[in-house]
Design a protein around this ligand. Structure first.
Ligand code: SAH
Ligand code: SF4
Length: 366
């Protein structure tokens, strides 16, 4: 438990307007209308917006330069987030993971990952996930519910405050790689992109949306004017093997997926990342590395190889270093830039959905 985290004074009426879910124009319109009807001076709106967007205020009580009466009116009418930290784990390597308890008791995860130059936040886009990838702890839990834009943005707002305290720097990068499939919750996810970028000032190039390969979502991201980054979870360049690991392959097969990626790239001319979990003896052969090179031909890509993070209930293991090295050599010889991602926060189960699954299995969560 971490009582210091979570909004103070959030016990107002249940049907308050969630300000963190408002796109910047809407936020100003919604607040401005009430401030005006309450007879507040014109400068109040900018003052309030600054508290929310720049200072990341978690409650109106923090806004000490507003009159107490106004703060209590605002608290009755608007919400700045309802999530509370149900659990916090700090890894030896600096990674900090949170389980956030939402207003209905559902829990989602976010992870702060510090590196030498910046802090990355990995956030959740859904509670659980319906796509059922066989290697994924979140897939194992199944789907619980969609997150609202406000609940997505609130993970950022809360984590950014913690980042400033723990690492003395704000969050530099945001990746949608926590629980859930962002494009299966497209409306709120796209709203949250706008809010993080235009409201909270996170550079679009510093926000990455990771997808299992939902083609309509990739096309929607391609139509956005901002240069948000795309990551595609591939895990196998062979359609039959991919279908075994990822049921989504039956709906959006590799050929169609790669065509969408090519179209995306033609519009955005941005490098696309591909995620590839290396599972020992399953998808890590040299022949499959060659198949991957072929699939990526003509696409400006970047491959992230992630040693598979074992999850309870599967007896798969991560590929040993020599298999990974051989795989990397084939990709590099094929001209595909590749990185092997060092697992972070292993000691605190920091992989996608893992902490919640482990706590659920041991009866500690939900
Ligand atoms: N649903 C999205 C984003 C969340 S998963 C997606 O699938 O892309 C974030 C990344 O973690 C994905 O690349 C996913 O495939 C990967 N991942 C999930 N479980 C993993 C595991 N046990 N080991 C390694 N990577 C895993
Ligand atoms: Fe869902 Fe992504 Fe996990 Fe697949 S890897 S089950 S899409 S969260």
């Amino acid at each position: 438990m971490s009582p210091a985290i979570g909004p103070a004074g959030s016990q107002g009426p249940a049907n308050r307007i969630a300000l963190l879910g408002q796109e910047p124009d809407g936020l100003r319109a919604v607040l401005g209308a009430d401030l005006e009807s309450w007879g507040e001076p014109g400068y109040r709106l900018a003052q309030l917006v600054r508290w929310i967007e720049e200072h990341r205020a978690r409650s109106f009580d923090e806004m000490t330069d507003l009159p107490a009466g106004l703060r209590s009116r605002l608290t009755d009418r608007f919400s700045l987030g309802e999530a509370r930290a149900a659990f916090e784990a700090r890894s030896e390597d600096g990674t900090i993971k949170h389980l956030w308890r939402l207003s209905d008791g559902i829990q989602v995860e976010s992870v702060l990952i510090p590196t030498a130059h910046r802090v990355t936040l990995c956030l959740s886009s859904q509670a659980g996930c319906a796509l059922g990838c066989r290697f994924c702890a979140t897939g194992e839990l199944g789907f619980t519910r969609q997150l609202s834009a406000a609940e997505i943005v609130e993970q950022f707002r809360n984590a950014d405050r913690i980042s400033s305290e723990a690492f003395e720097r704000p969050i530099g990068n945001v990746v949608y790689m926590g629980m859930g499939e962002p494009f299966a919750n497209a409306g709120p996810v796209f709203e949250s992109l706008t809010i993080l970028h235009r409201g909270f000032g996170v550079g679009a190039r510093r926000i990455t949306v990771s997808t299992v390969g939902l083609v309509p979502g990739i096309r929607m991201l391609g139509e956005r004017p901002e240069p948000f980054r795309l990551a595609v979870s591939l895990h196998a360049a062979d359609s039959a093997l991919r279908a075994e690991l990822m049921p989504v392959e039956r709906k959006y097969p590799l050929d169609e997926l790669m065509e969408a990626v090519r179209d995306y790239q033609a519009r955005k001319s941005r490098r696309v990342s591909f995620e590839y979990a290396m599972i020992a003896g399953l998808n890590d052969s040299v022949a499959l590395a060659r198949a991957l090179v072929q699939r990526l031909e003509g696409i400006a890509s970047y491959v992230n190889l992630i040693p598979y993070n074992p999850i309870p209930g599967r007896d798969w293991g991560p590929s040993p270093p020599d298999r990974i090295d051989a795989f990397v050599s084939v990709l590099e010889a094929g001209g595909v830039p590749t990185a092997v991602r060092t697992p972070r926060g292993r000691d605190i189960a920091a992989a996608c959905g893992q902490l919640r699954l482990e706590r659920a299995l041991s009866g500690q969560a939900d």
